[in-house]
Write a protein that binds this ligand. Structure first.
Ligand SMILES: [Zn+2]
Length: 213
């Protein structure tokens, strides 16, 4: 088995996979999309919203913003032992978003989110995502809870896109493009780890079944 970087640019990565069969290449692709945890706003507390945009639309827009993900310091809420619905410092990063328009129209951007807890790594991937326009006299005040999640649960946690294609006899390539949560290399490594964990779980379950039978 041999893996070679064929091309690396921006947020994309093309790998050549030699001696990797199609089902394993496809498993990598699927796990990259569905099983690598990344961070997005999961819960929003709306303290004030006098804009013309409804709370639901506001929350939806915010939840689709990719956050640069700190995988080394955070856990999935379902794997955290805090058992706290609001989470703890290991499974949630809090942001606030507060803006008001005085005399002129104000556009609120993702860069206006202020981190209230957590590591510096975690931030909106792009600061230039427009969230809402406020007319004079309007204001918003929100509390945002950023958590790890998986693409298999909701598309907003999909780390990027990935495809497998043939590049000549015996040569298979995997193309990954990140949405900004994680570098594409990390997405692939984490996808491989996810497969490994699944196989480990399967092995343990098989062992138990054999002993039980
Ligand atoms: Zn926790």
């Amino acid at each position: 088995m041999e893996v070679k970087v064929v091309e690396r640019g921006g947020e994309s990565l093309t790998l050549e996979l030699k001696g990797v069969n199609l089902s394993l290449a496809n498993a990598l692709r699927r796990h990259a999309i569905n099983e690598v945890p990344v961070m997005a706003v999961e819960e929003v507390l709306v303290m004030e919203n006098s804009s013309v945009v409804s709370n639901e639309v506001l929350v939806h827009r915010i939840s689709l913003i990719p956050f640069v993900t700190d995988l080394d310091n955070y856990r999935l809420p379902e794997e955290c032992d805090c058992n706290n619905r609001l989470g703890c410092e290991r499974c949630v990063v809090r942001f606030s978003l507060k803006a008001a328009a005085a005399d002129e129209v104000v556009t609120v951007y993702s860069r206006d989110m202020v981190r209230e807890s957590g590591t510096e790594v975690v931030r909106p991937y792009s600061g230039d995502v427009p969230i809402v326009k406020l007319a004079p006299g309007q204001a918003i005040e929100l509390e945002l809870y950023v958590r790890l999640g998986k693409g298999s649960r909701h598309a907003k946690w999909q780390p990027g896109i990935a495809t497998v294609y043939e590049a000549g006899p015996g040569s298979r390539r995997l193309y990954v493009e990140s949405f900004g949560f994680l570098p594409p290399e990390r997405i692939i490594v984490e996808a491989a780890k996810a497969i490994e964990r699944e196989l480990g779980g399967l092995e343990a379950a098989m062992g138990e079944a054999m002993r039980g039978g």
